[in-house]
Design a protein around this ligand. Structure first.
Ligand SMILES: Cc1cc2nc3c(=O)[nH]c(=O)nc-3n(C[C@H](O)[C@H](O)[C@H](O)COP(=O)(O)OP(=O)(O)OC[C@H]3O[C@@H](n4cnc5c(N)ncnc54)[C@H](O)[C@@H]3O)c2cc1C
Length: 470
């Protein structure tokens, strides 16, 4: 329980906004993207700058408060917010500075990807991110980051050059290949375990207009299309990205009325090049199994990035399950067909993101992301606007996951997981867990930052946690 004097003193050192329960704005400030999450922090500190973050960390430490770190607030497990503790909310730190001559971008830790896409597009550049532009830069990057540019440019962390961070003792550091190299290795996949990132420095890539959009097929064709896709996407030019989806057609334009609310499968393409080249590459599927509907065409990259934002606004109820896969076997495809036919609500979906190309060319030892050999990242998401459907979407996602998990590689992408316990986190970091735990022990020995997919600090003498230097 915080005493009034502590809060008053903290407000005095702080330039941003502080909310405690009962304040006007507290209720809005504690809400996150997933409406299933309903946590009541003791204090929310919306930080204006690194100095505010330092003050917040020191205050939490002095008062032994639990701390969560919030970037864009999109984490499905709600890890940006905590009960009874302090939320270090970076949302006011929202700036993007593009340096076109070096093709680098400095991004404040409160940015959404739409901020970055907007700023970089003016220079014909982009940073690889995800598929929904309202997602936070911070959480997505620290977990790895996969989306429309993954096959060509790799994970988001493969374009990360440096971070500014506030550590658990309140000190400020830069982590990069030149400074605090171990910390830089850890934050590239290790999530929010090591400190509060206040800014990111990215390399940007020449991306401007893309030929992109979804192709849809009836569910009866899904098996054939999936088998075609598993061969195609592992051999296609890396400029061509396409993620596979089991979905229900949204009830509005551009979808034709006769298809609306029908369960279908889809591939969402993104080709970095001309429409003519894209058409030549996609001719094989258009002739082999013509889609029932398609909305593929030339568009500015930010338009693709925001294409699904309207379908998935803040405030829906979400439940996720995920796995990595090395192959998409006939047996796995049969299970996909079975569970896709039971999509419980029209927002619910299953996505398979391809992870080959550049992701595989970066050595596994280079970053903390430990599944570079995986070919697919699967996420099964039960989503609905009605809280009454909570159990329905959870049960569907779990049953789908249980059926596919035996075909999987063992772990899952941390950013697609709910709070699933230490075994799941260990499975996800597998051979890298020991090194992460050792780095955690160096930078956060008391596990001050533990509201995350937590890596516990290696205890001195923990035999299983001794690591060979890389
Ligand atoms: C609709 C939707 C679509 C998505 N699509 C994709 C996708 O295409 N590709 C993909 O890779 N992921 C995707 N994700 C997953 C996304 O990467 C994670 O949910 C991620 O955690 C969101 O980051 P955030 O900053 O918005 O989250 P928050 O909830 O704000 O934070 C999540 C966690 O990240 C850490 N964190 C956040 N900010 C900081 C910081 N400044 N310093 C240190 N740690 C921090 C903390 O551990 C925190 O608990 C999607 C999520 C949603 C909801």
């Amino acid at each position: 329980m915080l005493v009034q004097q502590t809060i008053t003193e903290f407000r005095g050192q702080f330039r941003g906004t502080v909310f405690v329960p009962g304040d006007a704005g507290y209720e809005d400030a504690r809400k996150v993207y997933n409406a299933m999450i309903d946590r009541k922090p003791a204090l929310i500190a919306q930080c204006n700058d690194a100095a505010d973050v330092i003050a917040a960390v020191r205050m939490a430490k002095a008062n032994t408060l639990r701390v969560s770190i919030r970037g864009g607030g999109h984490n499905a497990a709600g890890l940006g917010v905590c009960d009874d503790g302090l939320v270090i909310d970076l949302s006011p730190i929202r700036y993007v500075r593009v340096e076109p001559s070096s093709r680098t971008v400095r991004v404040g830790a409160g940015c959404r990807w739409s901020d970055v896409d907007h700023a970089t597009h003016a220079f014909g550049l982009a940073v690889p991110s995800g598929i929904i532009s309202s997602t936070g830069v911070a959480g997505l990057t620290l977990g790895g980051g996969m989306g429309h540019l993954t096959r060509k440019y790799g994970l988001t962390i493969d374009s990360l050059l440096a971070v500014d961070m506030v550590l658990a003792d309140g000190s400020f550091v830069v982590a990069s290949m030149e400074q605090n190299e171990d910390l830089f290795w850890a934050v590239r996949g290790g999530g929010g375990n090591f400190g509060v990132v206040t800014s990111f420095l990215f390399e940007a890539h020449p991306v401007h207009t893309v030929c992109a959009g979804p192709m849809l097929w009836n569910l009866e064709d899904a098996g054939v299309v999936m088998k075609w896709y598993r061969e195609f996407i592992t051999q296609a030019p890396e400029e061509m990205n396409g993620f596979f989806a089991m979905m229900t057609v949204p009830p509005g334009p551009p979808f034709p009325e006769e298809l609306r609310l029908r369960k279908m499968c889809a591939i969402v393409w993104c080709y970095q090049g001309s429409t003519e080249e894209a058409n030549a590459i996609l001719r094989s599927i258009r002739t082999y199994r013509p889609p029932a509907f398609e909305h593929v065409g030339s568009m500015p990259f930010p338009m693709l990035q925001g294409m699904f934002d309207g379908i998935y606004p803040t405030g829906l109820h979400w439940y996720w399950k995920a796995d990595f896969f090395n192959e998409l076997s006939d047996g796995a495809i049969a299970k996909h067909l079975e569970h896709a036919s039971r999509l419980p609500t029209w927002h619910s979906t299953m996505h398979l993101y391809p992870m080959n190309g550049k992701v595989h060319r970066v050595s596994e030892s280079e970053t903390a992301f430990s599944y570079r050999d995986a070919v697919w990242s699967e996420v099964i998401v039960g989503v609905d606007s009605d809280p009454a459907n909570r159990e329905k979407i959870i049960q569907w996602a779990r049953a789908y996951y249980d059926a596919l998990h035996p075909f999987g590689a063992g772990g899952a992408y941390v950013n697609f997981m709910m709070e699933e316990g230490e075994d799941r986190v260990r499975a996800t970091y597998r051979g890298h867990y020991a090194r992460l735990a050792a780095i955690k022990a160096k930078y956060d020995p008391e596990n001050f930052f533990r509201v995350n997919q937590n890596v516990r600090p290696a205890a001195l003498g923990d035999d299983d946690l001794h690591v060979a230097p890389h």
